[in-house]
Ligand binder design. Structure first.
Ligand code: GLN
Length: 312
C-alpha cells in the first residue's frame, strides 16, 4: 500500500497483531448502550514515527469513538487557548486520583476538586475552559483542533453521541458538583454536552497514532508538517498521561511499560514515546477499569520489542 513503510516498525506491529489476534479477554463497554454493539473482534494497530512514517496492522482504518483518549488533547487546547500551562494547575488540578474515571468520590476527597484533566470531572472542567460564545462554537474549536492533530477531517459518531447523551446522568451529577465547588467555568449541562460530543468523535487507529506522533514531534504534525501546538505544552500533556492515563491502573501501566498513554472506553489506547513515535491500538474488549486489554497487551509488546520505556 502506498505511503506505508515496512521495516522493523512494521514488522513489530505485525508481530503484535498476530500474537494477540486470538485474545478475547474482557468485554465491550455497555454503560453506553451503543458501545456494546461494536464488533468485539476488531483489532487495529498503527505506529507513526516523529518524522512521519506510518505503519499499520489489522483493522487500522476502522472508525471507533475516541472517548477518553480525547482528554489530553482538550487539555492541550485549553493551554493553547489561555497561552499558559498554569491554567490546568490552577483551575483543574494535576494529581492522579487512583480512582475510576467516573469517580465522584475523587471530587469529594481531593483538595483540587476538579482533580486532573484526564478523568471525567477534570475533563468536563477542561471543556468549560475553552473560550467560546456558544457550546457549538466550543465544540467546533475542539473538533477543529483534533483535525489538525490528525491531519484529516473527523466526524461525530451520532449514534454513540445520542446513546451516551441519554444515559450520562453520572457525568451530569459530576458537573453540578463542580459547579457547587466553583470548579466549572461555563454552564454545567452545556459543558457535559460538549464533552459527550467530544468523546463521540470518530477516529481510526492510524489517525490516532498521527495525533500522538504530533505530541512525539513537539507539537508539529509530522505528516502535514503543521505546527499545531506550542512545544512547551507537550511535556505537560505527556506528564499527565504518564501519571493518570489509565485511571486506577496508571501506576501499574507506568511500572510495567513506562510510557505516557491514554485509554478510552471505545477500546482505543494511544501511547507516546517522546521524540520517537506514537502507537495506537484499538480493540473493544475492556477490563474492569475500562481499559482495552488487547490494546494494552499489543502496545506493551511493541514497547518492549523496540525498547521504548522511558526509564530503561
Ligand atoms: N464518554 C465516556 C464517559 O464519560 C468516556 C469514559 C472513558 O473513555 N473512560 O463515561
Amino acid at each position: 500500500r502506498s505511503g506505508i513503510d515496512t521495516d522493523i516498525f512494521g514488522q513489530v506491529l505485525q508481530e503484535a497483531h498476530s500474537l494477540f489476534a486470538a485474545n478475547t479477554e474482557g468485554a465491550n463497554a455497555d454503560y453506553i448502550p451503543e458501545l456494546a454493539k461494536v464488533d468485539a473482534a476488531l483489532f487495529g494497530l498503527a505506529l507513526v514515527t516523529a518524522d512521519g512514517k506510518v505503519y499499520t496492522a489489522g483493522d487500522a482504518e476502522h472508525v471507533f469513538t475516541i472517548q477518553s483518549v480525547s482528554k489530553p488533547f482538550t487539555a492541550a487546547l485549553v493551554m493553547r487557548e489561555h497561552g499558559d500551562a498554569k491554567v490546568i494547575a490552577e483551575k483543574i488540578g494535576l494529581e492522579p486520583t487512583g480512582l475510576p474515571f467516573n469517580s465522584v468520590l475523587a471530587l469529594e476527597l481531593l483538595k483540587a476538586r476538579s482533580v486532573n484533566p484526564l478523568v471525567n470531572a477534570g475533563a468536563i472542567a477542561a471543556v468549560s475552559l475553552i473560550l467560546a460564545d456558544t457550546p457549538d462554537q466550543g465544540f467546533d474549536k475542539i473538533k477543529g483542533f483534533y483535525e489538525t492533530l490528525a491531519g484529516e477531517e473527523l466526524d461525530v459518531v451520532e449514534e454513540v453521541y445520542r446513546s451516551e447523551a441519554s444515559t450520562n446522568q453520572g457525568n451530569r451529577a459530576i458537573a453540578y458538583l463542580l459547579h457547587r465547588y466553583d470548579r466549572i467555568y461555563a454552564d454545567p449541562m452545556e459543558s457535559v454536552d460538549v464533552y459527550t460530543k467530544q468523546c463521540s468523535i470518530g477516529v481510526n487507529a492510524r489517525q490516532l497514532a498521527i495525533m500522538g506522533a504530533t505530541l512525539a514531534n513537539g507539537g508539529i504534525n509530522p505528516v502535514s508538517k503543521q505546527q499545531v501546538l506550542d512545544a512547551e505544552y507537550v511535556p505537560r500533556i505527556l506528564a499527565l498521561m504518564l501519571t493518570a492515563g489509565f485511571y486506577d491502573e496508571s501506576g501499574a501501566w507506568a511500572f510495567n511499560v513506562g510510557l505516557p498513554a491514554k485509554t478510552g472506553v471505545g477500546g482505543g489506547i494511544l501511547a507516546v514515546a517522546p521524540a520517537k513515535l506514537a502507537v495506537a491500538a484499538f480493540s473493544p474488549r475492556l477490563n474492569q477499569s475500562g481499559n482495552s486489554i488487547r490494546a494494552m497487551r499489543a502496545i506493551a509488546y511493541v514497547s518492549q520489542r523496540l525498547g521504548l520505556g522511558l526509564f530503561q
